[in-house]
Each structure stands twice: as structure tokens, then as C-alpha cells.
Design a protein around this ligand. Structure first.
Ligand SMILES: [Zn+2]
Length: 299
């Protein structure tokens, strides 16, 4: 029989973690249990421009993303830096989405989780959205249409990223282990669309959360274009502590099997072609199940 102390230990924030690749670059990725080990639609995966299906859908619509967020809270949860507390509903719709999705939180991974054409980027932002038909993110995680995550990859550059810079400015208040799980106000005002300057094309596929419980509830939208960040900015994230005196130098999950899932590369239509592309989008939707079937037979 387990004593209460064991239960407490099992539910502590750091019951799961990432391998310490600085100490041992070959350290195997830990087993997180449950769906993380047994799921068939897990994330992240490698996104390959050549191997993807091509799709055209109506344009994604971003509502209120340009609003300056003045009350954002930031927390070091021992696994990442996470921000929440948006002024108004930031609502995503359009594309192949069948309902409206609202931003719940934003967090970052240093070294990207998704790789693009087998290349790993130094930083990936995850903008986590909940389907508005579900009352909260925990409930949404139980349904295949529950969550949309926009993934944004950043490449190393000598040009500083202003939006990431706003986040970095507040890291000092949360990076120490003493401050773990204590939210603090983000000092700089930040508008979320500064993190996603352009959406000209994106990869989309059905996948999972990349942290336990690894729920297979996520429609991924990973932008095909990356944006600049400096190594000095990325270094700041790597100073986050997850244990007393231990810095979180990497927080990306290893790549998962694709398992004959459809990965669609979507080109955003030009505004002046919207009539024609809406029709093309419809035919892609109809064609997708057929293409999947053909792919399964060929495999
Ligand atoms: Zn994430």
C-alpha cells in the first residue's frame, strides 16, 4: 500500500523529464508511460516538403492576435517557459478547421521538436488553442478535435527577434528553481502575431501533445517558414532551472513514428484567388481519404 508521501512524489512537477544531453549526448530518451509509449499518432515528427500531400484550403483567420497583451503571466514549470492570461479571446478559424479555436497558452522548446527536411532548429514556439466547444483544455484533450497547436520554428541569425526579446526580458524573474511554478507578469507588452510574422504555407497533420499525457487530440499547424532568433536569445532559455542548480539545456521530445499519417503541406491562397481556392480546398478534403487509402495499399 502506497503511503501519501509516495503519491505526493508521483504527482510532483518533475515526475517526468528530458535526458541531460550535455552530460551524455547518447542518453536514451526516457519512457513517459501511457499513450506516450503506446500511441500511434504521436508528435513531434519530421516534416518533409517532398513527401507531403499538397493541399489548398481557405485562408486561416486570426482574430485579436495583433492586440497588445498587457497582463500576460509567465511561469517556469520545470519543463518550459509558459505564458497565459490573454486580454481577449484570440480566435483561430478557417483553413481545414471545422470550429473556432481560442489561445490557451504559449510555451517554448529549445531545440525544436519538429524537424523540417531533417533539420532541427534552435527554438520552437507552441501556441496552444482549445476548441471553443469544450469548456477547458483538460476536457478538450479527450477529443481528436480538441486542440490546435501552431508551431513556429526559429533559425539562428544575427538579427534579434523582437517578440522573443520581450519574453527573454522577463526570464530573470522565473529562471531560478526557487521561482518554479510561481507566475510573474511579463514586463513588456507583447502581441502574439509578432511571434508569427507570416503564414504563407504550413504543414498540418493529426498528432499529440509532446508532453505527458501525450493525448492524441492535436491538429498541428507548423509553419513552413522559419523566423530569426539570435544565439544569445536562445542561451537565455537554456539557463532555466528545473532542479536546484540544474539548468534545462534541452526540452524537446524525440521524433515519433509517422505511421502512414497524412502530412499535408498547405499553400495559403492569394487573397484575389479566394473563389477558386475555396473550391480547390473542397476537392482536397474529398480527395484526402482516397489518397490515404491509396497510400495504405501502396505501403
Ligand atoms: Zn510544446
Amino acid at each position: 500500500m502506497c503511503k501519501p508521501c509516495c503519491l505526493l512524489a508521483l504527482t510532483s512537477a518533475n515526475e517526468w523529464g528530458y535526458p541531460d544531453l550535455d552530460s551524455n549526448p547518447n542518453e536514451p530518451f526516457p519512457k513517459w508511460g501511457g499513450l506516450c509509449d503506446t500511441g500511434k499518432k504521436q508528435s513531434p515528427i519530421n516534416l518533409n516538403s517532398k513527401g507531403s500531400l499538397k493541399g489548398i484550403f481557405e485562408e486561416l483567420k486570426f482574430e485579436n492576435y495583433d492586440e497588445h497583451q498587457t497582463a500576460l503571466q509567465m511561469v517556469n514549470n520545470g519543463h518550459s517557459i509558459q505564458m497565459s492570461g490573454f486580454n481577449h479571446d484570440l480566435t483561430l478559424s478557417g483553413g481545414a478547421l471545422l470550429s473556432d479555436f481560442v489561445v490557451e497558452q504559449i510555451h517554448l522548446h529549445w531545440w525544436s521538436e519538429h524537424t523540417m527536411n531533417n533539420e532541427r532548429y534552435p527554438l520552437e514556439a507552441h501556441i496552444v488553442h482549445r476548441n471553443k466547444i469544450y469548456p477547458n483544455i483538460t476536457m478538450a484533450a479527450n477529443f481528436p478535435d480538441g486542440i490546435v497547436v501552431i508551431g513556429v520554428l526559429y533559425h539562428m541569425s544575427s538579427v534579434a527577434n523582437e517578440a522573443i526579446g520581450s519574453i527573454v526580458k522577463s526570464l530573470g524573474a522565473v529562471k531560478s528553481y526557487d521561482n518554479i511554478n510561481q507566475p510573474t507578469k511579463v514586463a513588456d507588452s507583447l502581441s502574439v502575431d509578432d511571434l508569427i510574422p507570416r503564414v504563407s504555407s504550413y504543414f498540418t497533420y493529426a498528432g499529440s501533445l509532446t508532453t505527458p499525457t501525450c493525448a492524441e487530440a492535436v491538429t498541428w499547424i507548423v509553419l513552413a517558414e522559419s523566423f530569426p532568433v539570435t544565439s544569445a536569445q536562445v542561451d537565455q532559455f537554456q539557463e532555466i532551472e528545473y532542479e536546484e542548480g540544474k539548468q534545462l539545456h534541452n526540452n524537446y521530445r524525440e521524433l515519433q513514428r509517422e505511421n502512414s499519417r497524412a502530412v499535408v503541406l498547405v499553400e495559403q491562397p492569394d487573397a484575389n484567388r479566394s473563389g477558386a481556392t475555396a473550391l480547390a480546398g473542397l476537392s482536397t478534403l474529398i480527395m484526402l481519404p482516397l489518397l490515404l487509402l491509396v497510400r495504405k495499399i501502396l505501403n
